[in-house]
Ligand binder design. Structure first.
Ligand code: SF4
Length: 320
């Protein structure tokens, strides 16, 4: 059981330290994947909080969805991003271990051959220990789950970061997620069956949701016992469909105090085995209408720890 002498919750930093015993860092890549939820004919323009083309539009190549090829430009991009990230991580943090992270958009959206080509090429550029892939539930099927299993069998620790955001279909419809809770569960089970590690993404403060919806979502996720949980506070980019409602005063984002309560509640509901991988969202300040003046990542992390100490709170306290 956690107590005040411990970390109170299992953070990603602690997990990596224990696992590798030396500085281990993610190399986050944008490999030009797109997102089916943003393409015309498919619930365009995507989730209501998604900006028009994302901060990484320069790398976006929709051809990734239906082409097997990894063209020379894409290879050069991947190589450049890798070299830059590895140099920086070594110099700034003395990184010794590297984890390959396909971060942007839906990184299992493409033909099987294209995915294999991109993953293989990126993996060949560095001595990676892990393959981490961020994606949507509707971009995972039997074949893609089998492909990921192959990397596990080749010795990589394979993680999928799977977006759920809310366990309420009503909310998923309202935010135009383009998938249901049961789609999420199907994808989760395909990965789970193959022993692939899963980190679930949630957003707190979505339109129409308050504390009781968030608690229900946390209970739903806790029962699945994912290896990881990533929590985001709702951000509203100027360039997103949600901005219209925000500027008309129809939606708001959680205050620091509200998010603090949501996060502590979430941590208390999670089993101790779930790594709490993030607590807040990152976005470009000048592209964000709200929140303004939210605490920085480390400040919020420290606030959560201090408040949990005060409340005698710990991860798993409310896990059933
Ligand atoms: S799944 Fe991600 S990239 Fe796609 S529309 Fe939603 S937020 Fe945007």
């Amino acid at each position: 059981m956690h107590n005040v002498e411990d970390e109170l919750f299992t953070s990603y930093g602690t997990y990596l330290k224990q696992k590798y015993g030396a500085p281990a860092f993610r190399v986050g890549l944008d490999a030009g994947f797109s997102c089916p939820n943003r393409l015309s004919g498919r619930n365009s323009p995507g989730c209501c909080y998604c900006d028009a083309f994302g901060a990484r539009a320069m790398y976006q190549r929709t051809k990734g969805a239906d082409s097997d090829q990894v063209d020379e430009d894409l290879k050069a991009d991947i190589q450049e991003q890798t070299d830059k990230a590895v140099r920086f991580l070594k110099k700034r943090y003395g990184a010794e271990y590297f984890l390959l992270y396909f971060q942007a958009f839906s990184s299992t959206y493409g033909t099987l051959q294209h995915l294999r080509n991109v993953y293989d090429y990126a993996l060949s550029l560095q001595n990676y220990r892990e393959l981490i892939i961020s994606t949507r539930p509707d971009c995972i099927d039997e074949q893609k789950a089998d492909l990921l299993l192959e990397y596990k069998e080749r010795g990589y620790d394979v993680w999928v970061e799977l977006g759920l955001q809310s366990a309420h279909d009503k909310t998923l419809e309202r935010i135009n997620r383009g998938h249901s809770v049961s789609d999420f569960e199907d994808a989760y089970n395909l990965l789970r069956k193959r022993g692939i590690k899963i980190a679930v993404h949630l957003i707190f403060g979505l339109p129409g949701e308050g504390s009781s919806e968030i608690v229900e979502t946390c209970k739903y996720v806790a029962k699945l016992k994912p290896e990881g949980l990533k929590i985001h506070n709702l951000h509203i980019p100027y360039n997103s469909p949600l901005y219209k409602d925000f500027s008309a005063g129809k939606v708001s984002v959680p205050t620091v105090e509200e998010h603090l309560d949501y996060v502590i509640t979430a941590i208390e509901h999670m089993p101790e085995s779930t790594i709490i991988m993030r607590l807040t969202c990152d976005s470009q300040e000048d592209e964000r209408a709200a929140p303004k003046n939210f605490l920085k990542k480390t400040e919020f992390y420290n606030l959560v720890r201090n408040e949990m100490k005060k409340r005698n709170s710990f991860q798993g306290r409310l896990f059933l």
